[in-house]
Design a protein around this ligand. Structure first.
Ligand SMILES: O=P(O)(O)OC[C@H]1O[C@](O)(COP(=O)(O)O)[C@@H](O)[C@@H]1O
Ligand SMILES: [Mg+2]
Ligand SMILES: [Mg+2]
Length: 313
């Protein structure tokens, strides 16, 4: 039995996407059991970036790595592993993943997710990932929330599937997601306000002034702390997300990782009609120089992202 309709997946990627979906469905069952499945949010170590690893981060990474063996993935890069792993010598794909995004929300029953990005293999492991984001041939996220969802693109729009818990299959929910051009909401971790640069501060102040400011309309504010949840909300009803660079040590390039957080979300957003930049330059035109590097990330409704770019220039 397959967990997703193979007819909706390009033929060469079917085993890879099937492995991602089957593992996502399995992980969704573990997450739904919460404390009954063990101490999923307990700290168990540190990843290469110095972030604390939770038990579920490590479990998710091990599950995806094991499931992707024999599916055509030659190189596997993960937030939870310092170096690229070779899974299948004869494979033709390089897959990068944030196996568990939003780890701070594990213990509080708020949406978390898995993000992935696929490139065709290049001459070496690093060359397969350190290349323009536009070289991606697939990107997706699985959101583990009230519903388990898969949003995926193969370069012809962003398609949404929902997991039917009764059958364990991902069923089509939306053929082509359409990110609204205008926004009524924005998202940024406001506790970092004193560290922001001028452009970001100006944008947030415009939003705060609402109807009485240059925008002429009120803007609502949201911050979940899970990139997957935030992206899904914005893809569904519009909005903007900013994790900019700021003056804190270690945040010169923001917080989010280019290869397995920023690039795949940018691809999904563009394919749904939205925009994604580092504040100025489209993410899809940028090339990662290191596997775990961070990038400032701004994305969402086209009108708003354009306004943020104008404030940066
Ligand atoms: O805690 P902050 O600074 O608000 O950062 C929140 C961001 O960090 C992340 O949790 C990072 O992801 P991980 O949980 O995979 O490390 C994003 O999902 C989220 O957007
Ligand atoms: Mg993450
Ligand atoms: Mg993570």
């Amino acid at each position: 039995m397959t967990t997703i309709d193979p007819a909706r997946i390009p033929e060469n990627l079917r085993p890879v996407i099937e492995a991602m979906c089957a593992t996502g469905a399995q992980l969704s069952r573990v997450i739904a059991r919460g404390p009954l499945a063990g101490k999923l949010g307990a700290g168990v170590g540190e990843n290469s970036d110095g972030d604390q690893q939770k038990a579920l981060d490590v479990m998710a990474d091990e599950m995806f790595e094991a499931a992707l063996r024999g599916t055509g993935v030659k190189y596997y890069a993960s937030e939870e592993q310092e170096d690229v792993l070779t899974l299948d010598e004869g494979g033709t794909f390089a897959l990068a993943t944030d196996p568990l995004d939003g780890s701070s929300n594990i213990d509080v029953n708020v949406t978390i997710g898995t993000i992935f990005s696929i490139f065709p293999v290049a001459d070496s492991a690093t060359a397969s990932f350190l290349r323009p984001a536009r070289d991606q041939i697939c990107a997706g996220y699985i959101a583990y929330g009230p519903q388990t969802l898969l949003a995926v693109t193969f370069g012809a729009g962003t398609v949404l599937f929902v997991l039917d818990p009764e059958t364990g299959r991902f069923e089509l929910a939306e053929e082509k997601m359409d990110l609204p051009v205008a926004a009524k909401e924005f998202s940024i971790n406001a506790s970092n306000r004193r560290h922001w640069g001028q452009a970001v501060l100006a944008y947030v102040e415009e939003n705060e002034r609402g109807k009485d400011g240059p925008k002429g309309k009120d803007m609502n504010f949201r911050w979940v702390g899970s990139l997957v949840a935030e992206t899904h909300r914005i893809l569904t009803r519009g909005g903007t997300f900013l994790y900019p660079s700021d003056s804190r040590k270690g945040y010169e390039n923001g917080r989010l990782r280019m290869v397995y957080e920023v690039a795949p979300m940018a691809y999904l957003v563009e394919q749904a009609g939205g925009k994604a930049t580092d504040g100025v330059t489209p993410i899809m035109d940028l090339t990662a120089e290191q596997l775990h590097e961070r990038r400032p990330f701004v994305f969402g409704s086209a009108e708003e992202v354009d306004r943020i770019t104008a404030l940066h220039c």
